[in-house]
Write a protein of this length. Structure first.
Length: 435
């Protein structure tokens, strides 16, 4: 039998985090090997006996027993976590210590430690996200390379270098240190934001929508707001944004598997439970005086969720929020989204003027939906030939088959005069990667 992919992703990260806490971060590879052994063992045993009633508990027990074997055999050859060494040296304290670290609450804390360790200040953002995906979410090098439109060798080198940085830390991040925790929390937020963004509107060559990336980001965000030190307004706002955007995922693809713009989505397919959860979290995010980019993006998503149809959207409020977002963290993509919202309220000519006024607009030249936005507005203005040229330019920049099909359909639409509105929301207020 084959192991369920979701089970592997969820349990792999939990086991690696706990085993690294026991073995020491310098033995991260050993922790990963033990997890791999546990899954190989599962493949062998479950093939003949069938999956156990509680696969998670079975895998954890297997990893724990394997860890005990290694600790007994290698205790004089390896250096383990410094703070645990004396507890691992005696057989009387060895098993109770390992049992304690495999308790549910301890496993949750170890995932937090690993998450904060992956967001080491010496690592660039993309390396942080790659580590989170690889260590905590169980993604292979090939899967990460696909998500970031990079080569296998490049991602492998990035992860290897990043693990060396972690090994040099000697121990996992200590989440009880309030000052260090608060200092590193923004980097953790950013890593989870980028992880979610890659799933929702990423550049993968396989698909424009990677639901599993969104789910992993949301799972890790839940670990944050369940911890007292991490339950900040920004954490709640980030989680609210994820819920409100994830609510649209069922409608992002139509019945044929093609991308569906926000204006064309069947809103009855939006996940009402996630919308309600997002609104609740957005309310909790207003508990302090902090205003982050996540607050603004969540508020924009909430306004879209309130409208039964795109025509009922409060574009004036959305424009005001984009103005705020431009002050907090300006980028050409945010400016492009703002211009589209203005076009929805004031007409295509005004939207085109706003796009032409974007600073650093050349940074959008590799972004397919920059040209797509120009095409939509020119089409609405009645300039079909100009619109067709923009859509063709967008198609050349398409990052996967889904985007290509969508943009080809928009090119075909230029053959017939259209008065349809801009498919607002096809662009998320995502950040461009730094050149």
């Amino acid at each position: 039998m084959q192991l369920d992919e979701h089970l592997f992703r969820r349990e792999a990260g939990r086991m690696v985090a706990t085993l690294t806490r026991i073995f020491g971060v310098q033995n991260l590879t050993l922790a990963e090997d033990v997890v791999q052994d546990a899954f190989c063992r599962a493949l062998e045993v479950w093939k003949f006996r069938g999956a156990p009633e509680n696969p998670s508990a079975w895998l954890m027990a297997t990893a724990k027993n394997r860890a005990l074997d290694i600790l007994r055999r290698e205790r004089t050859a390896l250096t383990f976590a410094p703070e645990l060494t004396r507890w691992l040296e005696s057989e009387w304290t060895l098993r109770p210590t390992v049992e304690e670290f495999f308790a549910p609450n301890a496993i949750k804390d170890d995932q937090l430690r690993m998450m904060f360790s992956c967001c080491h200040p010496r690592l660039p953002e993309e390396a942080q996200v790659a580590l989170v995906l690889h260590i905590l979410c169980g993604f292979s090098v090939d899967e990460i390379a696909g998500a970031f439109v990079s080569k296998h060798a490049a991602i492998e080198k990035r992860i290897t270098r990043s693990k060396k940085v972690l090994a040099g830390s000697n121990r996992l991040f200590e989440i009880a240190d309030e000052a260090d925790f608060s200092a590193r929390l923004p980097a953790v937020h950013r890593a989870l934001y980028l992880l979610f963004n890659e799933g929702y509107h990423g550049a993968s060559a396989e698909s424009a929508v990677r639901v599993e990336l969104c789910q992993e980001a949301m799972r890790l965000a839940t670990l944050l707001f369940d911890h007292p030190l991490a339950a900040t307004p920004a954490t709640f706002a980030l989680s609210a944004m994820m819920c409100l955007h994830a609510a649209r995922l069922p409608a992002r693809l139509d019945a044929s598997g093609n991308l569906s713009a926000l204006a064309d989505q069947d809103r009855s397919r939006w996940n009402a439970k996630l919308i309600a959860e997002g609104r609740k979290l957005l309310g909790q995010s207003a508990s302090g005086i902090e205003l982050s980019e996540y607050h603004v993006e969540a508020a924009i998503a909430a306004i879209h969720a309130e409208a039964a149809r795109v025509e009922e959207t409060d574009w004036g409020q959305i424009i005001a929020l984009y103005d705020t977002l431009m002050r907090l963290r300006p980028s050409p993509v945010v400016a492009l989204n703002r211009a589209i919202a203005i076009a929805q309220r004031d007409g295509p000519e005004r939207g085109l003027a706003e796009i032409r006024a974007i600073a650093d607009v050349e940074r959008l030249n590799a972004y397919p939906f920059y040209f797509a936005a120009l095409g939509e507005l020119e089409l609405r203005s009645g300039h079909r030939e100009i619109a067709r040229a923009h859509f063709r330019a967008a198609t050349k920049q398409a990052r996967n088959a889904m985007e290509r099909r969508f943009l080809e359909q928009r090119t075909d639409a230029c053959e017939v005069q259209s008065s349809a509105g801009v498919p607002a929301g096809i662009l998320r207020p995502r950040r461009l990667r730094q050149p």
